[in-house]
Design a protein around this ligand. Structure first.
Ligand code: NAD
Length: 305
């Protein structure tokens, strides 16, 4: 069973994505009575239309997550227009602490996929609060930033999104790092196709687009849900897919003691390996700004080691 904690906008859309990928049965958990049960019914009806026979259940009882292979945490307050992800820190930390203790109690062998913002800080908090090994705790952020980067590059270059390889790593926040140096079109390095200046605007577009969606419609929903689905699929199917995800660094990139977006090999055990990229100086500077910002944020959380 895959448990999705938080049956709000992102949680319910993520559940649908998981159902459409036919990955496993899904349990939706929320503290609001009726909400996860209603979402489960609605999703079950959709599954019926699609001819998909997975079970979708809704519950307010954490004990029901017993035996879950993967727990996706989307519970928490989202940003409102004008807020940064960091403005959510203390409220969501309290929620993530509570949920982490339930996960330890009822699903101690699960892999944990964090979605709640501020993403990297909440991933770190969940790692410490559960005491799980780092390979079993990771966060969905950079994979979504990368999808957005490909979207803008595709518009600028006039080629299919599926032909673009592009990565965003670093903090899922103000210091996110779209890597033009590692962008290619079907393997052809970007500078051979277009001058880097011609696509520089896509970096700013990628950084700002979530705030734009929030301003226009109140929150991001389908794109985060798709990012969750991709990661859950890689784990369930043991695909050894390389995705950028928030992972605990223990010396990689010369960094120790934070969770931040880096490419990693994902399989049945969770994070099987972190991939270290050669970054140019400018990129390394932005990456390190993210690291320092996250260290500062995490120090406000009073996490006992
Ligand atoms: P939402 O308000 O629609 O849903 C949140 C749900 O969490 C609510 O239904 C609420 O009842 C539930 N909840 C609160 N405390 C809970 C608890 N202790 N146990 C179980 N459920 C609980 O919000 P949303 O738009 O779905 O966003 C959810 C979170 O995801 C926010 O923190 C948002 O910032 C984050 N988010 C992250 C990304 C990303 O890329 N990582 C993208 C979008 C949203």
């Amino acid at each position: 069973v895959i448990t999705v904690v938080g049956a709000g906008r992102v949680g319910s859309a993520a559940a649908l994505d998981i159902v459409l990928r036919r990955l496993d049965d899904v349990l939706l958990l929320d503290i609001v009575e009726g909400l996860p049960q209603g979402e489960a019914l609605d999703l079950g009806h959709a599954a019926s239309s699609y001819g998909i026979d997975v079970e979708i259940t809704g519950s307010n009882d954490y004990r029901d997550m017993a035996g879950s292979d993967i727990v996706v945490v989307t519970a928490g307050v989202p940003r409102r227009p004008g807020m940064t992800r960091l403005d959510l820190l203390q409220r969501n930390a309290e929620i993530v602490r509570q949920i982490s203790s339930r996960i330890v109690e009822y699903a101690p062998k699960s892999k944990l996929l964090m979605v709640t913002n501020p993403l990297d800080a909440m991933t770190y908090l969940a790692l410490k609060a559960t005491g799980f090994p780092p390979k079993r705790v990771f966060g969905m952020g950079s994979i979504l930033d990368s999808a957005r980067f490909r979207y803008f590059l595709s518009k600028r270059l006039g080629v299919s999104r599926s032909s673009i390889q592009a990565l965003v790593i670093g903090e899922h926040g103000e210091n996110m790092l779209p890597l033009l140096s590692h962008t290619s079109v079907s393997g052809v390095p970007l500078p051979e196709i277009v001058s880097t200046d011609g696509v520089k605007g896509t970096v700013e577009e990628t950084r700002g687009t979530a705030a734009e969606v929030i301003r226009l419609k109140g929150g991001t929903v389908y794109a985060p849900a798709a990012g969750v689905g991709e990661i859950v699929e890689a784990v369930v199917k043991d695909r050894k897919a390389v995705f950028p995800i928030s992972a605990y660094l223990d010396g990689e990139y010369g960094v120790r003691g934070v969770c931040i977006g880096v490419p990693a090999v994902l399989g049945r055990e969770g994070i099987e390996r972190i991939v270290e990229l050669q970054l140019v100086d400018e990129e390394m500077a932005v990456f390190m700004r993210g690291v320092e910002a996250l260290k500062k944020v995490v120090s406000k959380l009073e996490i006992s080691q």
